[in-house]
Design a protein. Structure first.
Length: 336
C-alpha cells in the first residue's frame, strides 16, 4: 500500500488514532497513580485490554506503540501488530528517543533519535509497523519559543519524516506547543503559527511528500496557569484559523493531541472544530490520556475484569468518533 493510501486509512471518517506509546517510565507513573505495579505483564495487560475491546476496530484506525509493545506477544499467541491488523487497525511506532536541553537555549528542548533511525525503521517495518511518530516540544513564555528551538526541532522533524517515507511508512509529524504556562490563547496562536510555518518550510526542503504525512498538532488554548477558562467556540475558531493559514492544502488531515486537556474538553473542542470546519482537511484525534484515563482507573479496580475497562474505553472512543464527525452531543456522555 502506498504511503498516501496509508495516511488516508489513518484518517478514515469517524476514526482516530490511539496513542499507546508511553515509555516504560511514563507508563510506570500512570500505573503508580492507580496503585498497580508496573511489570511488563501489567503494561501489556492494560494495553491488550484496549486493543481487544468490542468496538476498538469501529472507532480506532491506528495505534501508536512503544518499542516494548511492538515486540510483545498477546495472550492469544499472536504478535501485537497481528492482533491489531486482524481488526483493520494499523500498527504504528514511536521512534523518537525523548528530549534533552537545547545547547543554544538550555531551558528549551530538542528531540533526539535520528542516530541509527534508518536501521531501526527497517526493523520496525519488518515487525509490522506502517506509520511512526516523532514529537517536537515547544515551551511558551516571555522569550519562548526561541528562533533556535523552532528551527532546530523543525529540521529534526523534517529529517525524521523523510527517513520514514523512504522506509515506506507514514510519519506522524507532532510539533507540540505545550499548554503549560500563564500565556493567553493569542500567544498560543502566534507561537503555534511560527512553529507550523517553520516545520512545513523544513519539510519542503527535505523533499517530504505532504500527501503522505499526518500532522499531530496542539489545539489553540489558554495556558494551564493563566487562570483563563477555555471557551469551546473560541478554541475551535482560533485552532481552525491557525491551521488553515499555516498548513499546506496537500496535507490530508490533522489528528490532534490532547495535550493535558480533560477527556471531556478534548472531545468538546474536537467536535466544535468539526462543526465549523469549512476546509478539505480531515480533523480527528490522536489521544493518549484523553482516551485511556477513565479506562485505566476502571481496570485498576480489578485487573482481571477487562470487560469493564473495555466498556469505559469503548464509550470514550465512541464520543471522540462522533466528535471527529461533528456529531457529538453531551447527552450521549454516560458514566460506566
Amino acid at each position: 500500500m502506498s504511503i498516501e493510501k496509508i495516511a488516508l486509512q489513518m484518517l478514515a471518517s469517524g476514526k482516530g488514532i490511539l496513542a499507546a506509546d508511553e515509555s516504560t517510565g511514563t507508563m510506570t507513573k500512570r500505573l503508580d497513580s492507580v496503585k498497580i505495579s508496573s511489570t511488563e505483564k501489567n503494561r501489556l495487560g492494560f494495553r491488550e485490554a484496549l486493543f481487544t475491546s468490542k468496538k476498538v476496530g469501529t472507532y480506532i484506525s491506528g495505534v501508536i506503540l512503544y518499542d516494548e509493545t511492538l515486540r510483545q506477544k498477546s495472550s492469544r499467541g499472536s504478535s501485537i501488530p497481528e492482533l491489531l491488523n486482524k481488526q483493520n487497525i494499523l500498527p504504528g511506532i514511536k521512534v523518537d528517543a525523548g528530549t534533552k536541553p537545547l545547547i543554544s537555549s538550555p531551558d528549551e528542548l530538542i528531540t533526539e533519535g535520528l542516530s541509527g533511525l534508518q536501521e531501526r525503521l527497517k526493523e520496525y517495518y519488518q515487525l509490522g509497523a506502517r506509520f511512526t511518530k516523532w514529537r517536537g516540544v515547544y515551551k511558551i513564555s516571555k522569550n519562548f519559543p526561541s528562533t533556535a528551538a523552532i528551527m532546530e526541532n523543525a529540521i529534526a522533524l523534517a529529517k525524521y519524516a523523510k527517513l520514514v517515507q523512504d522506509a515506506n511508512m507514514v510519519p506522524i509529524v507532532e510539533p507540540e506547543v505545550l499548554m503549560d504556562g500563564a500565556h493567553d490563547i493569542n500567544k498560543c496562536f502566534d507561537a503555534t503559527s511560527s512553529v507550523l510555518q517553520e516545520c512545513f518550510h523544513q519539510l519542503e526542503i527535505a523533499g517530504v511528500n505532504l500527501k503522505g504525512i499526518v500532522l499531530k498538532p496542539n489545539m489553540i488554548l489558554n495556558g494551564s496557569e493563566s487562570g483563563i477558562t477555555n471557551e469551546t467556540s473560541e478554541v475551535a475558531a482560533k485552532t481552525l484559523k491557525c491551521l488553515t493559514h499555516n498548513v499546506p492544502k496537500e496535507v490530508p488531515g490533522i489528528a490532534f493531541l490532547s495535550g493535558g486537556q480533560s477527556e471531556l474538553d478534548a472531545t468538546k473542542n474536537l467536535n466544535e472544530i468539526n462543526k465549523i470546519n469549512d476546509t478539505k482537511f480531515v480533523f480527528t484525534f490522536s489521544y493518549g490520556r484523553a482516551l485511556q484515563q477513565s479506562a485505566l482507573k476502571k481496570w485498576a479496580q480489578n485487573i482481571e475484569d477487562t470487560e469493564s475497562a473495555q466498556a469505559v474505553f469503548d464509550q470514550r472512543a465512541w464520543m471522540n468518533s462522533l466528535a471527529a464527525m461533528g456529531k457529538w452531543d453531551s447527552n450521549k456522555e454516560v458514566t460506566i
